[in-house]
Design a protein around this ligand. Structure first.
Ligand SMILES: [Zn+2]
Length: 85
């Protein structure tokens, strides 16, 4: 899910750090990936409001998919935990 920087056109990546990902855990990392800021190597942090509307719509869709899968994974884990007792 590579997006282009609205300022210089370079590919941007999600601006989460490795330590934040580890401390937040799997679900936290998913939420961070869904709602975190983007990072351009040249321009630094890019707020979502600077991206064109159609790109933001894609990001929102991606966020919903990520959150839905996080909830689904949590539900499956809870299902197996409650069945193992
Ligand atoms: Zn840039």
């Amino acid at each position: 899910m590579a997006h282009q920087c609205p300022r210089c056109g370079q590919p941007v990546q999600l601006g989460y750090s490795g330590t934040a990902q580890i401390t937040a855990g799997l679900v936290g990392a998913l939420f961070y990936a869904a709602f975190g800021a983007f990072q351009c190597k040249k321009c630094g942090k890019i707020p979502r409001s600077e991206f064109p509307p159609e790109v933001r719509n894609k990001m929102t869709m991606m966020s919903l998919v990520l959150v839905a899968s996080a909830v689904a994974i949590g539900g499956v884990i809870l299902y197996f935990l409650s069945n193992s007792k």
